[in-house]
Ligand binder design. Structure first.
Ligand code: MN
Length: 257
């Protein structure tokens, strides 16, 4: 049986991680190690300046009072009896699309797994704030996403992943999913992302809320696939070098000491 590490950034008590762990128990031995409290949008943060603690929270289930990245590092080095064959992070409560993945704790856990040489997948379920998802509908959508994670995990265990690459998966928030699309990272543009409000003493404060982004149109983009009712899978690599730009600056930037 393969060993599967399940983590997230929404915290140990989120419905998403419970659905995911439950579904993946049909594939292998599942270990759940997740942050004690929600850590959304902490990106790839690592806790270096305070000690971390892990508590047992159930069979093969542990909390860590740190970030998703802390969870992966501590799991792989200390908590798990064996190196996991695969890491699945999620199912995040909300999309992780386009450039926004650079903020994501969900994706960061998969980045950490990839850095440790373990095939890793980030799973997110799009939220529909305007419709105010009801709980039962949300649980049924989570089950759909978790069942898809089972299929994908089996595939990755069989075929492996290209080096230095994780899969970023987004499941649309619709009951009838049309299929699966392999996509590239899209480009959101946020308007009015920062709200300026006054406190009761008349002092300004700011609230970064993102709002609803506009997306550059391109049918290969992750956002467009999800918007059209498809599950989006983007292979994300960790080498941030822009190779085209490297050639360009080599030619154009003739800087002599
Ligand atoms: Mn989250």
């Amino acid at each position: 049986m393969p060993n599967i590490l399940v983590t997230n950034d929404d915290g140990i008590s989120s419905p998403g991680i419970k659905s995911l762990a439950k579904a993946l128990r049909s594939v292998g031995d599942v270990y759940v190690v997740a942050p004690e409290t929600e850590q959304s949008a902490v990106a790839h943060a690592l806790t270096l300046h305070r000690p971390l603690k892990s508590e047992k929270a159930g069979k093969n289930t542990y909390t860590v009072n740190g970030t998703p990245t802390d969870c992966v590092i501590i799991s792989v080095n200390k908590i798990l009896p064996v190196k996991p064959d695969i890491i699945v992070s999620g199912i995040n409560n909300g999309a992780n699309l386009g450039d926004d993945i650079t903020y994501s704790g969900t994706v960061a856990a998969a980045i950490e797994g990839t850095l440790l040489g373990i095939p890793s997948i980030a799973m997110s379920l799009v939220r529909n704030d305007s419709n105010n998802d009801n709980y039962r509908k949300r649980i049924s959508l989570l089950k759909t996403a978790a069942d898809f994670a089972v299929k994908l995990v089996k595939k990755v265990l069989l075929k492996g992943l290209p080096p230095d690459t994780l899969l970023n998966v987004n499941v649309p928030n619709v009951p009838g999913i049309k299929g699966v699309k392999f996509t590239k990272q899209g480009k959101p543009v946020y308007y009015n992302a920062v709200h300026e409000i006054s406190d009761p003493r008349g002092r300004k404060y700011y609230w970064i809320c993102g709002g609803v982004p506009q997306w550059e149109p391109d049918e290969d983009f992750d956002f467009e696939a999800v918007q059209k009712g498809y599950i989006s899978i983007t292979p994300v690599h960790l080498d941030l070098t822009n190779y085209e730009a490297l050639e360009y600056i080599k030619k154009k930037f003739k800087i002599i000491l």
